[in-house]
Design a protein around this ligand. Sequence first.
Ligand code: SF4
Length: 474
Amino acid sequence: MVLLDEQRESHQKTWRQKMTLLRHTHAGEVKDREALVINPAKTCQPIGAMYAALGIHGCLPHSHGSQGCCSYHRSTLTRHYKDPVMASTSSFTEGTAVFGGQANLLTAIQTIFSVYDPKIIAIHTTCLSETIGDDMVQISKKAFDEGKVPDGKLIIYANTPSYVGTHVTGYANMLKGIVRGLCKSSGTKGEHAAILPGWVEPSDMREIKRLLKVMGVPYVMFPDTDGVFDAPMTGKHVFYPKGGTKIEDIATGGDAKHSFALGRVAAALGSEELQKQCEVEGDVLDLPIGIAATDRFIEALRKVYGFAVPESITDERGKLVDLLSDMEQYLWGKKVAIFGDPDQLIALTEFLGTMGMVVRHIVTGTEGNYIRDRLAEINPDANIKTGGDMYTLHQWMKNEPVDLLIGNTYGKYIARDEDVPFLRSGFPIIDRQGHQHFPTVGYMGGIRLVEQILNLLMDRIDRDVEEHKMELQM
Ligand code: SF4
């Protein structure tokens, strides 16, 4: 296959002529910017807290801040999942900003339980309530003391100021809040595993549960958004979807034999809290995306539970290996730029390497030495930026073009400007479908990822190849 340079140039010229408003940068010197972020590769903490909270059955997330924050968080999740997202707000006004949000929150708690009847309210703070200094421990206690929380109902909370962190750290903080508020130790350990997934799609959570079932591992998983963000259309409005982990099941996490946190950045805080509060030992693993990371997940389970890996799982692995070896010629040596959330980037960078692809540029909006060190360990030659933005990524791509861009929907402008195939992956994806239904974790998820990447690269060959070299069989 030989691509015609003139053809490629002609395509790019056509795009470029059309791209005036959407071109955000030009090739040139990349400068370190401390005080300016241009097109951040992240969203805000409470979105992650809201997503984690909705993985508890019968939970109403509550945003302790202004209505605008809550609307933004809900609409971002709704745009990604195309499903309504229920949440309440303390509805701050100018007066609240001066006098504090306690009165609003106490009224909200009473109203929510009497009108919407959730089993639990998961409160997360916002920039404003954190700046005021509202104390969630004290206000929650006051709510119980004043009888605003009916018998059998619960409140948990997480501090999620969004002038630090990202939606991923917001998820991590709420997961810690779930463990702190709900996991109980009875003093007798059970046989089950506590599975703490990082921020992955409902489809991924479903796939992780399927793998556990096939391997015969007893488990409780929390949070679990399977059946929440991908609930079937029944013609009836249901305020609380049937999915989500039940509170009584989460409580048993405190008696788990072992915990498995999947994704250090999003899930390790939860497993540390479980260790501290209930003395549950655990492993913190990468997200099981790709062959090596899925191998490590299964091996970690096998070490604790001592099972022989079922033949069906070995077969799934074999199918993924077969696909990669059949299609290696299309993948080998292709350059990739990738941006998004750290746990996904770590696992994907490793998997792309397994495919023979060369990851050249990696940007995440989330900060952290661990993220940078782990990415550099997997791929020492790539440009890596944590706490970075998409402007930097675009500059890198102009200076060193790639064959494939992977990231959330906001990458489409860069992909169009650079005329590069674009795989939508991560959060948010608001212009394509499938992420809530088809997993990318496990070996079967790996097959889907390879299929998506191959389709993009092959479509590009079909588009650009000289007419007389067009292949039917690929
Ligand atoms: S960044 Fe802060 S103020 Fe803005 S929506 Fe998020 S929580 Fe609200």
